[in-house]
Design a protein around this ligand. Structure first.
Ligand code: 5BU
Length: 486
C-alpha cells in the first residue's frame, strides 16, 4: 500500500471518505463471489456515476505504476472485466499506454476473440482491477491474456481485502500492488466517526477468519525463558520464518484451525476433485502423487487450483525429488506433470545433497520459492535414517531457509521454530498396513514432533470421508492447542 508521505496519507483518507459518501464503500451484509457474507462491501462499479471520483481512482492507480516503473514494465494494460474497464481506460490515457479488453463471454460469431485490442506476442501486460479478495478473478483474466501470448507479471488494484490474494497471485507469477488495504479503509472510517468501533471489530474478526493476519507474539514463558518451538503458536512462528510458503502455512493453520494435510492417494481425477471439495474446509494442504492419477491433465490442475482458492488450502505434490540438479530441474519445471506450475509444496529427498535444491530452484516457475519439504525420516518399517543423515538434512534446511519450508519427520529432530514439521503414518487405528506403513495416533505425533499430520487412508477409506476429516482436524488441532498451552 502506498502511504509513503504524509500528504499521500492525508489525501488517501479524504478520498476514502469521498468513496464512502458516494456509496462506493458500503457497510451492511453482502455476499461475496466466494459465497461468504461480508460486513463491508466495496463496489467500484458505482464510480462510473461520479466522474471526478472515477478520475481520482485512475490517478491513484496511475501513481502506483509510475512510482514502481523500475519494477513494473508495461507495454499494454488490461482492465479486468467489467468493473475495472472504465477506470483502466482513464489510466490508458494518462499513461499513454495502449489497452486490451478481455471478454468474459466469447462471441459465437465474428472473430470469436477472448481478448480484443493490440495483442503482441511477448508484450508485458499489467492487469488493472478494483478489488482483490483471493485473487481468483485476476487469475482468470491473466489466464486468458497468457493464452494469447501476453506476459502477465503484475496487477495493480485499488483495494486489497487481505484475504490471501497477494500470496495466491505470487504463486502464479503475478505481483500484486494495491493502493489501499481493507484495514486501512476501516481505520479511516473509524477515525472520522463513520464507522462504529464495535462494527470495526466485527469487520476485523471477519477478516481474521478469512485471511492470514500475522500478529507478532512474544515468545517467552511467564518466567521469562524462551519458549521451545513446540510451545510457540503457529502465528508466532510465522513471524520467525522468511520462507513465504512456511509463513503462509503457519498463518493458514492458525486461521483455519486446521493442521490436517490429507494424502489424496486416489487414482481418478473426479474422485480427487470431489474429495478436495468435500474436505477442503477442514484441511490446510492437499497432498497428491501426480504420477498415480489416471488422466492427469491441465484441466484437472486448473480445477484443483480453483478449489484450493475457494477452500484456502495449499497443493502439495509428494514427488520425493531425488536426483542430480539438472534432472530435477526438468522433472520439476517441465515434463508431463509441469509440477512447478501448480504445486505450492513438494517433498525432497536429501540424499543427493544441496544440488537437489539448486536444481529445483532452476526449474522454479512460481514467485514464492519451491516450498520444499525435506524428508528427514520416513514412516515405513525399516526406513534407513541414521544420525549423520538426519544431521546433514537439518544442515541443508538451515542453509536454504528461503527454499525449505519444513521437514517430513517422525521424531523431534530440530530446535529451530521457523520450519513446519509434517508427519505421515497417522491413523486412529495403529495397526499399520501389509506393505510396511506404520501408524501412530494424531495426538501422539503432535505431542512428539509434528505441527501437521498427514492422513491418507484414515480419511479416503472412511465410510464418510468428510466426517473423518472433521474428526482428524479436531483431534490434531486440539493436540496442538494442548501442546502450546504447556
Ligand atoms: P496413508 O494412507 O495415511 O498411509 O498415506 C500416507 C501418505 O503419506 C502416502 O501418500 C505416502 O506416500 C506418504 N508418505 C508416507 O506415508 N510416509 C513417508 O515417510 C512419506 C510419505 Br515421506
Amino acid at each position: 500500500m502506498d502511504t509513503s508521505s504524509p500528504a499521500t496519507i492525508q489525501s488517501l483518507d479524504e478520498i476514502i471518505l469521498e468513496f464512502y459518501a458516494a456509496g462506493v464503500i458500503k457497510l451492511g451484509q453482502y455476499k461475496l463471489k466466494s459465497g461468504v457474507m461480508s460486513p463491508i462491501y466495496i463496489d467500484l462499479r458505482e464510480l462510473i456515476g461520479f466522474p471526478k471520483l472515477l478520475n481520482t481512482a485512475a490517478q491513484l492507480l496511475h501513481n502506483v505504476i509510475r512510482q514502481k516503473s523500475s519494477s513494473i514494465s508495461c507495454d499494454v494494460l488490461c482492465g479486468a472485466p467489467y468493473a475495472a474497464v472504465p477506470v483502466c481506460t482513464l489510466v490508458t490515457v494518462a499513461q499513454n499506454i495502449p489497452m486490451v479488453m478481455r471478454r468474459k463471454e466469447v462471441k459465437e460469431y465474428g472473430t470469436k476473440k477472448a481478448v480484443e485490442g493490440p495483442v503482441k506476442d511477448g508484450a508485458k501486460c499489467v492487469i488493472i482491477d478494483d478489488v482483490c479478495t483471493s485473487g481468483l478473478s485476476i487469475m482468470e483474466t491473466a489466464t486468458d491474456l497468457r493464452k494469447v501470448g501476453l506476459v502477465v507479471e503484475h496487477a495493480v488494484i485499488l483495494l486489497d481485502r487481505e484475504a490471501g490474494g497477494p500470496f495466491n497471485l505470487q504463486n502464479e507469477g503475478i505481483t500484486l500492488h494495491s493502493v489501499m488495504t481493507l484495514s486501512y479503509v476501516c481505520q479511516t472510517l473509524v477515525k472520522s466517526g463513520k464507522l462504529d468501533p464495535k462494527m470495526a471489530k466485527q469487520i476485523e474478526q471477519f477478516m481474521a477468519s478469512q485471511a492470514p493476519d500475522p500478529k507478532p507474539q512474544k515468545v517467552v514463558n511467564g518466567n521469562g525463558l524462551s519458549k521451545t518451538w513446540k510451545q510457540q503458536s503457529f502465528s508466532a512462528r510465522a513471524e520467525h520464518t522468511s520462507n513465504a510458503v512456511a509463513k503462509h502455512l503457519f498463518q493458514l493453520m492458525d486461521r483455519k484451525k486446521s493442521n490436517l494435510i490429507v494424502a489424496a492417494d486416489l487414482t481418478s481425477t473426479e474422485a480427487i476433485l470431489n474429495l478436495a471439495d468435500a474436505i477442503g474446509p477442514n484441511i490446510c494442504a492437499f497432498k497428491i502423487h501426480a504420477d498415480i492419477i489416471d488422466g492427469f491433465s491441465e484441466d484437472f490442475v486448473s480445477k484443483l487450483k480453483e478449489l484450493s482458492q475457494t477452500h484456502r488450502f495449499l497443493i502439495f505434490e509428494d514427488r520425493k525429488f531425488s536426483d542430480i540438479g539438472s534432472t530435477v530441474a526438468r522433472q520439476y519445471g517441465g515434463g508431463v506433470f509441469q509440477i512447478a506450475h501448480w504445486a505450492d509444496m513438494v517433498t525432497i529427498q536429501p540424499t543427493p545433497g544441496p544440488a537437489v535444491i539448486e536444481g529445483l530452484k532452476k526449474g522454479q516457475r512460481s514467485g514464492h520459492g519451491i516450498g520444499g519439504a525435506l524428508i528427514a525420516e520416513m514412516s515405513s518399517k525399516g526406513a534407513l535414517p541414521n544420525k549423520e543423515n538426519v544431521a546433514a538434512t537439518i544442515q541443508m534446511a538451515h542453509d536454504h531457509p528461503e527454499d525449505i519450508m519444513g521437514y517430513i519427520c517422525q521424531s523431534d529432530i530440530d530446535d529451530e521454530p521457523r520450519f513446519v514439521r509434517m508427519t505421515p503414518g497417522v491413523h486412529i487405528s495403529e495397526a499399520g498396513d501389509t506393505l510396511g506403513q506404520q501408524y501412530v495416533l494424531p495426538e501422539t505425533v503432535i505431542e512428539n514432533c509434528a505441527d501437521a499430520v498427514i492422513v491418507g487412508r484414515g480419511i479416503t477409506e472412511a465410510f464418510k470421508p468428510s466426517e473423518a476429516a472433521r474428526m482428524y482436524q479436531t483431534r490434531a488441532f486440539e493436540a496442538y492447542l494442548k501442546r502450546t498451552s504447556q
